[in-house]
Design a protein around this ligand. Structure first.
Ligand SMILES: [Mn+2]
Length: 284
């Protein structure tokens, strides 16, 4: 089994306890991963969903087991709870089964760059009401349901996993506007905190972007997109999609921010914005 050796790795929005968690792909990723430090950037266990409707799968237990195995092998694990596992914030400052729990963290990269690591829900718009959240959950369930059926059908024909919602979100101007506004707020917060970059999750849209001098790194999710952010020994950050066909979606070294051609195609509708064209189109 090929191993994936890196300096650090970041995953979030796993939502263990939710039917749509792609635990099989995540388990494969975690079994191959060898890193010094693993950050769990929130919404790992969906305590909210479990309170509403208790559901669990043996693969979800296996994911927890694999995380504990990483800790037992000496990987430094940091769990930064998100809004779906917010109850765990009460344990901030403690260590549980070898996993440190923190509200946020500062990660210093192999190249000296400093990143603020947080789930990202603190950047939700002010006064975002409960009705909006319920609507968001409803849409999420709808998209995940469609994604499940779509990929079950692809599986019948022996086709690899393809995140349907990436295409759906990329076609929706409202979704794109929401994503861009979130990214801008994170970038502004990062500059205010005096960091070189931000590493977060929360909006289920993995991305590598430079925004007005701040590096925005979103590690995505394991509900639809199956993405993780990994840091190589030289400090370069890479956004990986992990399924039958792993793919690099973006990369940010100290002097270059670059998505792969595949990512450029997937995120093509975002390219309508001039600054994106300038920043993210790979050199010919
Ligand atoms: Mn979240």
């Amino acid at each position: 089994m090929a191993t994936l050796v890196c300096r650090s790795a970041f995953i979030s929005d796993v939502h263990l306890g939710l039917r749509d968690c792609k635990a099989g792909y995540l388990l494969d990723f975690l079994r191959r991963l060898r890193c010094e430090q693993l950050y769990l950037v929130g919404d790992i266990i969906d305590l909210e969903a479990l309170a509403r409707r208790p559901w669990w799968h043996p693969l979800h237990s296996a994911v927890l087991g694999e995380l504990l195995a990483h800790a037992a092998r000496g990987t430094r694990l940091t769990y930064i709870p998100g809004n779906h596992d917010a109850a765990l914030r009460a344990l901030a400052g403690r260590s549980v089964a070898g996993i440190e729990i923190a509200l946020d963290a500062v990660h210093v990269g192999g190249d000296g760059r400093r990143y603020r690591v947080s789930h990202g829900d603190e950047y939700d718009p002010e006064g975002q009401g409960r009705a909006w959240t319920r609507f968001g959950n409803f849409m999420q369930n709808l998209v995940c349901g469609a994604n499940r059926h779509f990929n079950a059908l692809r599986g019948v024909f022996g086709l690899p996993y393809l995140p349907l919602s990436l295409a759906l979100k990329a076609q929706s101007p409202q979704a794109l506007a929401y994503i861009r506004a979130f990214e801008s707020r994170v970038a502004a917060g990062t500059r205010a905190a005096g960091c070189d970059g931000a590493i977060c999750g929360h909006i289920h849209f993995g991305h590598v972007r430079a925004i007005d001098g701040a590096l925005y790194l979103n590690d995505g999710d394991w509900i639809e997109h199956c993405t993780a952010l990994v840091e190589h020994a030289d400090g370069a950050m890479e956004l990986l999609h992990w399924s039958e066909q792993p793919a690099a979606l973006g990369r940010a070294s100290r002097d270059r921010v670059l998505p792969s051609p595949a990512a450029v195609r997937a995120f093509a509708p975002l390219g309508r914005h001039a600054d994106r064209q300038r920043t993210l189109r790979p050199a010919a």
